[in-house]
Design a protein around this ligand. Structure first.
Ligand SMILES: Cc1cc2nc3c(=O)[nH]c(=O)nc-3n(C[C@H](O)[C@H](O)[C@H](O)COP(=O)(O)O)c2cc1C
Length: 307
């Protein structure tokens, strides 16, 4: 099975509490060519956990879309993937989450140290689920382990892999080592999605150029500015850097509110805080947003700011 053909090389990263359906649609509107759900527990899916199933919701606008699963039991992962696969173009296995809770259960980044287990899981998914299987991983647990592991993953039948160029020990600190992405790209022939620290159009093109990776994935920069995809595409075409006005950033908040009608006001508040970071008068605006107690209040505060 092959990885889908994408309209451009810039993909939205899976992010817990950020990349829900509304956020994904917003990023697609500004040019993201693909997106993933946040990591979802394979066990919770097979147990019909309502919150997890809600997080797996998608729609026709949200395409192509990957379902990201975490877990370590091949049978459970296959069952979870099969249960939801009709709505998804790709099934992705999380080998990167650094959180203590996840790692303690042997999930996420913990698996980076278990080549045989990873082989078993990827093979089971490839054989048991009729969809392209991808993996999102870090460069290693304590030290760089990716170079051997990526070959195991490719041999096991994965259709693509994403590499976040940091070890688990680094969490989100330090600088991503893009050289690892280059080495991974040289080590496998499946598509490689490079990830880590892309926060500007220049860096996006630099990562593609320096590593020759096929796609890049953007997380935190999109969390604060979903327009980054448009910025990159514009820069790629014209060499120009787009500047965004406070009005555009407020517009993003309204667009998000419209897309996430069913979502909680706490979430909307959080998203508005991200989008308005750094705008003139932003500190006062964010203090007002912080005190808001309903969606109506949030919308009122944003409207007042725009006057
Ligand atoms: C708030 C947040 C939540 C994240 N959740 C996930 C997740 O569910 N699955 C995953 O594979 N990576 C997750 N990540 C990691 C990102 O997908 C990405 O690999 C990382 O942020 C590095 O890319 P960036 O420098 O573009 O942010 C998360 C990152 C952040 C900041």
């Amino acid at each position: 099975m092959t990885f889908p053909n994408l309209k451009n090389r810039f993909i939205l990263a899976p992010m817990v509490d950020v990349s829900n359906l509304a956020f994904r649609i917003l990023c697609r509107k500004y040019g993201a060519s693909m997106a993933y759900t946040e990591q979802l527990s394979s066990l919770a899916i097979i147990r019909d956990n309502p919150r997890t199933l809600h997080l797996a919701e998608t729609n026709e606008e949200d395409k192509p879309i990957g379902l990201q699963l975490f877990g370590r039991n091949p049978e459970v992962l296959v069952e979870a993937a099969n249960k939801l696969k009709k709505n998804f173009d790709v099934i992705d296995l999380n080998l990167g989450c650094p959180s203590k809770k996840i790692v303690a259960q042997g999930y996420g980044a913990a698996l980076l140290q278990e080549k045989e287990k990873v082989k078993e899981i990827v093979q089971a998914l490839v054989q048991g689920v009729n969809k392209p299987i991808t993996v999102k991983m870090r460069s290693g647990f304590k030290k760089v382990e990716a170079l051997e592991l990526v070959q195991v993953i490719e041999k096991a039948g994965a259709s693509a892999l994403t590499i976040h160029a940091r070890t688990r020990e680094q969490q989100y600190s330090g600088k991503a080592d893009w050289n690892i992405i280059k080495q991974v790209k040289e080590a496998v022939s499946i598509p490689v999605i490079g990830n880590g620290d892309v926060d500007s159009p220049q860096k996006a093109l630099q990562l593609l150029d320096e590593t020759r990776c096929d796609y890049i994935m953007i997380g935190r920069a999109a969390q604060h500015n979903p327009m980054i995809f448009k910025d990159i595409l514009h820069y790629e075409k014209t060499g120009e850097i787009l500047e965004h006005t406070p009005e555009e950033k407020i517009k993003l908040c309204f667009e998000y509110a419209e897309l996430d009608k069913e979502g909680s006001f706490v979430r909307l508040k959080q998203i508005c805080q991200y989008f308005t970071k750094g705008i003139t008068g932003g500190a006062k605006l964010r203090a007002q947003l912080n005190a808001a107690r309903s969606k109506e209040e949030i919308v009122g505060i944003l409207k007042e700011y725009s006057l």
